[in-house]
Design a binder for this molecule. Structure first.
Ligand code: GLC
Length: 673
């Protein structure tokens, strides 16, 4: 037998075939599919034949993904077949209710599955109340989003959250089927989605998968001790198992919510609460949780939501003796959920919110058997962390090394790139990466916390330490882009040089996330350099959580200055507009194009290449306040004889055999010849 045939054994070959994205159906899946089709035909009987046929075709196309996702967590249960039938009926029923215009969008997206990877996709993220009062206010502000160039609009949690005030910024949902009353109604949300759709904007909504509020009706049932509701959570009669789990569990909020379990007053039992005591972890090993959440997702998709930000997914599966994060079953569940969307609301995509270590990040876009089948988007936390690390050290070697060895993402998925978000920044830098460039990992992380909390001598940053963990030495950081980049300090001290550098730093942050690949997310206010909001200290519901310092209210007076030359707001807003224009006209930035970091080019200039059929794009970023020179060897090696910078539209400044970069300058070079 020829060597290549025996090199891999049967099961290995099967695994490899899955990775290659081969479309197939296993005999077990085929048998289940035949049963499913019969069920579906009943449910779709009232629909026009072509609609019903489209559903069956999608069911067939994504059946194996669904089956492979559900089999590991639930396949061994005696009621697996019943569960599958229930789920399939649900998919068909929600599809049958899907409005015509959304069904048309489904078809369009089936033809353009890369719609979210386009270089023209630009994200903006805000709290509805802080940006515009409520949902009706948001619809009044769509012109502003359009002016900025944003067409992927993430409105922070807006579903009904617990009434008591403390709700973790809306991440403690008490009713997934209602909009928070102060923001509007489900009808308002439907109307807003339709308005946005007409402008080519897609709405992204948080769907908190890992937990719900202690006031949710499921939690209320569990408080009453009703077994069917207790089974939707992790409820323990005493501390023995929780104590066992605690031995290997980290703490997310060590200062404000230590430990991972909370007593249930009414029953004297204990419930798993990874985050705050009022956020009860849902038990995804119970298939009912899967069905209920899928129903919520499809219902909201039918309202017009196009992107679901699946919150805190890393924690969705628990296993004794582990840290209960990133378990294999999480990836199975996410693949199955995506298959459900592809079948019943094909226009919809999923974004995984998994702020995990660099080695796990790419797995949320689907690796190995999940390759390209798991989440369409995931946050590039490592890019964000290294951005701040390099800005503090003025040295890009660690960043180049770490991102240079970053695993390739599946071509059909994309990163969500960001310079900061509504959460804190944790220094997720792999020890081996720091050591590889001669840094002591712990000392470097500690330096970054000192630097960004402003205690390091010479630091320009005005952030604050978030949730110090004395056990691990961890100190995460809060702060707006303006405060971390030094703008706040420059404005307070009236230091013009610092001000100029801070504006450049902010634009470098944006240029990096615009060029690196994926959807760049601009956090509300960062387009204007809005300062932090210290009023959170006066709000009893916010004062213990300093992440509120970087969730300011929109200052529309400041925003008006964006058209007045000479103001900081104008400098940042117009700089950003230039980037938007450049990005829109640079097809090399389509997210299917990979990123190859150029290691070793320069210790202060971070560089990468985006290989593209139109020719390569070379991006250069000067991470210092000094003029730097980068060798022309790299662009020449890429075959560029007449490089042109797509941001300025002009030729780069060449000095001898080098390209000159002014402080914090970014160039996107392609060949004009
Ligand atoms: C996510 C959110 C964060 C929240 C947590 C718990 O990480 O981004 O704000 O605290 O989930 O829901």
């Amino acid at each position: 037998m020829p060597g290549f045939l025996v090199a891999k054994s049967g099961p290995e070959m099967v695994e490899e075939a899955k990775v290659q994205n081969v479309l197939y159906m296993s005999p077990e899946a085929r048998a289940a599919f035949e049963r499913a089709v019969n069920v579906v035909r009943e449910e779709l009987a009232e629909l026009p034949a072509r609609d019903a046929e489209a559903f069956v075709l999608r069911l067939e196309r994504y059946w194996q993904d669904l089956f492979d996702g559900l089999e590991p967590p639930y396949g061994a249960r005696g009621d697996f077949a019943v569960f599958l039938e229930r789920l399939v009926r649900l998919l068909a029923a929600r599809y049958a209710q899907r409005p015509e215009d959304l069904k048309a969008l489904d078809l369009e997206r089936n033809l353009t599955p890369d719609w979210f990877q386009s270089e023209r996709r630009i994200g903006y993220v805000f709290y509805a109340d802080r940006f515009a009062g409520d949902l009706a206010g948001v619809s009044e502000r769509l012109d502003y989003l359009e002016e900025l160039g944003a067409n992927y609009v993430h409105i922070m949690p807006l579903l009904k959250s617990r009434p008591a005030g403390l709700d973790d910024g809306g991440y403690a949902v008490s009713d997934y089927r209602k909009v928070q009353e102060s923001l509007g109604t489900m009808e308002d949300l439907r109307g807003l989605c339709a308005l946005m759709r007409r402008r080519g904007m897609s709405l992204c909504l948080d769907l908190v998968l890992n937990h719900c509020a202690s006031e949710h009706e499921w939690a209320q049932g569990a408080r009453r001790g009703e077994p069917e509701y207790e089974e939707m959570f992790y409820v323990f009669g005493d501390r023995s198992l929780p104590d066992e789990y605690e031995k290997t569990l980290p703490e997310v909020f060590p200062e404000t919510a230590p430990g991972n379990f909370t007593p249930i007053e009414e029953t004297g039992k204990w419930v798993w609460t990874t985050f705050n005591d009022y956020q009860w972890d849902l038990n995804w090993s119970n298939p009912r949780v899967f069905v209920e959440m899928t129903d919520v997702l499809l219902t909201l998709a039918n309202v017009g939501v196009e992107v679901f930000r699946l919150d805190a997914v890393a924690f969705m599966w628990k296993e004794l003796g582990t840290d209960c994060q990133n378990r294999p079953e999480v990836h199975d569940l996410l693949q199955a959920l995506r298959a459900c969307s592809r079948i019943a609301c094909a226009a919809v995509i999923h974004k995984a919110e998994a702020i995990v270590g660099p080695d796990h990040l790419v797995t949320y876009l689907g690796t190995d058997a999940h390759h390209g089948k798991e989440s369409d988007l995931a946050y590039h936390n490592a890019l964000m962390v290294h951005l701040w690390s390099s800005l503090a050290s003025r040295d890009t070697r660690l960043m180049a090394h770490a991102l240079g060895r970053f695993p390739r993402k599946p071509a059909n998925a994309a990163w969500a790139t960001y310079a900061r978000c509504h959460d804190d920044i944790g220094w997720a830098i792999a020890d081996e990466d720091a050591s590889a460039v001669g840094l002591d990992p712990g000392a470097h992380r500690s330096f970054l916390s000192d630097y960004y909390s402003g205690t390091f001598i010479g630091s320009h940053a005005g952030g604050a330490v978030f949730e110090e963990n004395p056990r691990t030495g961890d100190r995460r950081i809060s702060g707006t882009l303006a405060s971390l980049a030094g703008l706040e300090l420059a404005q307070e001290t009236g230091d013009d040089v610092l001000l100029e550098m801070a504006v450049r730093r902010i634009l470098l942050c944006h240029a990096l996330i615009f060029g690196y690949g994926g959807i760049p997310l601009i956090y509300m206010g960062d387009e204007l350099g809005l300062p932090g909001d210290h009023a959170y200290l006066e709000d009893p519901n916010h004062r213990d959580d300093n992440r509120w310092m970087h969730r300011p209210r929109m200052d529309w007076k400041r925003a008006a200055r964006r058209s007045s030359q000479g103001t900081v707001e104008h400098a940042i807003f117009s700089g950003l507009r230039t980037l938007v224009e450049a990005r829109n006209h640079t097809p090399h930035l389509h997210a299917a194009t990979g990123v190859e970091v150029v290691d070793e080019l320069h210790p202060h200039v971070f560089s990468f290449v985006r290989p593209h059929p139109l020719g390569p794009l070379l991006a250069l970023h000067n991470f210092t306040e000094d003029v730097r020179y980068a060798s022309l060897d790299v662009p020449r090696g890429l075959g560029m004889t007449a490089p042109v910078d797509r941001i300025s539209g002009g030729a780069p400044r060449i000095m001898g055999d080098e390209i000159e970069l002014s402080p914090y300058e970014v160039l996107w070079l392609t060949d004009a010849s």
